[in-house]
Write a protein that binds this ligand. Structure first.
Ligand code: NDP
Ligand code: GUE
Ligand code: MG
Length: 294
């Protein structure tokens, strides 16, 4: 009964490369026909480690697909008003089609008013009330947050029909957990959301055909939580110092324990991260096209 099964690693990098390739072709086509280059502005205040990984990789990818990247690296001491003014400036800048504010922001800043100041047409992270509301209504034509969108596309590749499956989403942020749950609900999954106050997360996990975890808690999901044959999507990005004193990225799943129990799992790195970037480029291209009404 407890014989281990073979666990397939889902190759997020290969998936992302295929998506990015399509975006590259479309950017070239757009430039040829309109002369317009999509522009993405990214704001990073202070130095959150997961954000630094993201910023580094996406700057590289943005240039690779032929888009312009406008990076705003601001000191930890930046004020609410300075940030709001910057967003107003970017909202009105015709060279900028997408705006992304890296989360979390330092503690002295209030994130929500800053996010809500972004023009919904430039909100490629899908965090404004307009875009979040669209998703809640089941509309797929607003901007959908990049990570949940990427996780859904990946799941659809692995499981053509998600209808009726039990999905557990662990973590309930506006960026990841909540929109992920909405997307899975729209696909016909029976969705449970576990968060910091949930008492029986292990039991809920044991019922799940799909577990998606985004908490930032290293090794939160143990092997013993996982139902045999379940699919695991590990969104967590945790920077640790490994035994050989190197900086290493790990997810929110006890990866070694999951092997032999899960049917499929996304590794960290090389799983969800690269797909998030492809989705961001995709959303930025969409923002540019919407702006041009094409
Ligand atoms: N690979 C990728 O592309 C991406 C990776 N990430 C990574 O995913 C993780 C989560 O990101 P994000 O959603 O923005 O983070 P947040 O910190 O905004 O949200 C984390 C969520 O998890 C909940 N949580 C924390 N600890 C536990 C726990 N022990 N059990 C259950 N729930 C818990 C929190 O609850 P509460 O708010 O009540 O504390 C919150 O709802 C981070 O590691 C981040 O770096 C994020 C986006 C993209
Ligand atoms: N407004 C906002 N939107 C986000 O989507 C957002 C954010 N803030 N804040 C930080 C988190 C984290 N995040 C990552 C995206 C890609 C990688 C990524 O490229 N990961 C590679 C890393 C490869 C490496 O460099 O080793 C991988 O997992 O393979 C990591 C982390 C997006 N986030
Ligand atoms: Mg957050």
């Amino acid at each position: 009964m407890n014989t281990p099964i073979e666990t397939q690693l889902i190759d997020g990098k290969a998936f992302a490369e295929r998506m990015t390739q399509k975006v590259t072709e479309e950017v070239a086509e757009l430039q040829k026909t309109t002369g317009i280059t999509p522009g993405l502005a990214v704001i990073l205040v202070g130095n959150d480690p997961a954000s630094e990984v993201y910023v580094r990789n996406k700057t590289k990818q943005t240039h690779k697909v032929g888009m312009r990247s406008f990076m705003h690296l601001l000191p930890e001491t930046t004020t609410q008003q300075e940030l709001l003014s910057l967003i107003q400036r970017l909202n009105n800048d015709p060279d900028i089609h997408g705006i992304l504010v890296q989360l979390p922001l330092p503690k002295h800043l209030v994130a929500d008013p800053i996010i809500q100041a972004i023009r919904p047409e430039k909100d490629v992270d899908g965090l404004t009330a307009y875009n979040a509301g669209k998703l809640a209504l089941g509309h797929m034509d607003g901007f959908i947050p990049c990570t949940p969108l990427g996780c859904l596309l990946l799941l659809q590749q692995e499981v053509p029909n998600l209808r009726g499956l039990n999905a557990l989403v662990i973590g309930a942020s506006n960026l990841m957990g909540k929109p992920m749950a909405q997307l899975l609900l729209n696909q016909g999954c029976t969705v449970t959301i576990a968060h910091i106050d949930t008492r029986n997360t292990a039991e809920l996990a044991k019922q799940a055909d799909i577990i998606i975890v985004a908490t930032g808690c290293r090794e939160l999901v143990k092997g013993s939580w996982i139902k045999k044959g379940a699919i695991i999507i590990d969104v967590g990005i945790n920077r640790i110092i490994s035994d050989d004193k190197k900086i290493k990225l790990v997810g929110d799943v006890a990866f070694q324990e999951a092997l032999g129990i899960a049917s499929k799992i996304t590794p960290v790195p090389g799983g969800v991260g690269p797909i998030t970037i492809s989705c961001l480029l995709h959303n930025t291209l969409c923002a540019t096209k919407k702006h041009l009404s094409i």
